[in-house]
Design a protein around this ligand. Sequence first.
Ligand code: BES
Ligand code: MN
Ligand code: ZN
Length: 460
Amino acid sequence: MHSAFDTAPSASSVPIIFATKATWDATCDELAPLARQFAQANGFAAKPGACLTLPTLQGHIAQVLFGLEDATSTTRDLFRPGLLPGLLPPGTYRFANAPHDTRLAALAFALGSYRFGRYRKSDAREVKLAPPDGIDIAAITRMADAVTLARDLINTPSNDMGPEQLALAAQHLAQRFGADFNCIVGDDLVRQNFPLIHAVGMASSRPPRLIDLSWGDPAHPRVTLVGKGVCFDTGGLDLKPSAGMLIMKKDMGGAANVLALAMMVMDARLKIRLRVLIPAVENAVAGNAFRPLDIFPSRKGFNVEIGNTDAEGRLILADALALADEEKPDLLIDLGTLTGAARVALGPDLPPFYTNDETLSEDVARCAKAENDPLWRLPLWPPYDSWLDSKVADLNNAPSGTFAGSITCALFLQRFVEHARSWLHVDIYGWTPVAKPARPEGGECQAARAIFKLLGERYG
Ligand code: BES
Ligand code: MN
Ligand code: ZN
C-alpha cells in the first residue's frame, strides 16, 4: 500500500516549522534574516492552515512555515497538518518542532495523503514525511491503511461494489490474516433463518448475503462486530428523492468500517476471538420488492411490520445482531449509516453512539477524543420504546412520527440484543461532505479508530 512516510529519509528532508499566532514573533526572530524578510514580505502571520515555503539562495526550498491554532484555542484542529500533503511540492519533509500532538499530526499527514485513484490517474504528488522521533510509525501506518480500506470501499460506486464485491473484500481480508470465512447467499438466507436480510435484498438482481468472518483464539474474550452493508439504498418502494439517493453508495459504510476495524485488530494481533458479521444487500426496486405494511418473521422470532422500506438498515442488522447474540459475546458492536436523523441532530462529523454499559460509554468517549475520531453519546431512552409498537405485529420498523429518529432506530436494534454482555451501537455518517484537514471529500472512516483504541487498551 502507498505510504506517506519516508522511512529512510536522506539528510535533505525539508523542515516544517509549526507556528501559532502566539508563537510566531518568537519563531520569526529565530529565522535567518533572508527567511524572516521573505516571510514578512509574504505577510505570513501563522494563521491556522497558512503555508509558506522559504527559498534558499539557490532557489530551492529551505524550510516550510505552517500555521496552527493557538494551543489554548477551543477550535483547535489536531488534524490541521493533514493539509500539508495537498499544499507542498513533491519531496520529503520532517517536523522541525512539535505540533500540538505529534502522533495525530503524523497520522493526519498520512490521512491527508489519501486519493481515490481507481477510476482516474491519481493527481497525488509524492509528498513524504520522515517519521517524527518517538512515534510508533507501524501503529500509525496500521491506522492509515485501515482508513484507506474503509474509504476505498465506500468511494467505489455501487456498480463495482455490490453485495458480492463487498463479500470478496471481506474474504480477501480473511485470507490475508488467516481468518475463517463463510457466506450465506440468496435463498439460503431463508433456509437458514435470516428472513429480514432476505426480504430487504431480494428485489436486486445481485443476491443478498450474510458475510461471517472469524479470527483468533476461541479461548479469548469474544468480540463481535456487525456492519450495515447496504451497497445501494434507493429507499425501496418508499423511494428516496434523487437528492437523498445521490450518495447512497455509502450505505455500506458500517460494513467498510467494521472491516477497517477488523484489519487493525488482526494486524495488531489483539487477544480476542473476533467475529465480523456483515449483512450485504442492495435495497432495490422491482416487482418482487418488499412493500410497506408487509410483515416478515425475524431470526429472533418477532414478526416485524414494515412501516417504511427505507428503514432497511435496522432490518438487516436485526437478523445479524440476533445471530451474533446467540453465542453471548463479551462485547457486541454494530456500526451503520442508519438514519438521516443522526446527521440532523449532530451533523456529519459527530456520530452518536448508544450503550447501557456506563464503563463502556466512558471508555468510548475518552478513546474517541484521544484518537480525534469524535463520537457523542445519545440515550437508549426507554419511554420511546413503545413507539415501535405495531397494531398487528410484534414491532414496526419505522415509527410514524419523525421525532428522535436515531434513538428509535437504536431502540429497535436493542430488541434483538439480549445475551451479549455489553452492546455498543454507532449511527455513523461514513462520508465527508466538504473536505477538511486529513479528511478529503467522500467516504470516511468513522468510529473504527476510536474503537480500536478501546479494544487495544482492553485486550492489547
Ligand atoms: N441509509 C439511510 C440513512 C441515511 C440517509 C444516512 C441519509 C445518511 C444520509 C437509511 O436507510 C434511511 O433511509 N433511513 C431513514 C429511516 C426512516 C425511513 C425511518 C431516514 O433516516 O430517513
Ligand atoms: Mn434507507
Ligand atoms: Zn440505508
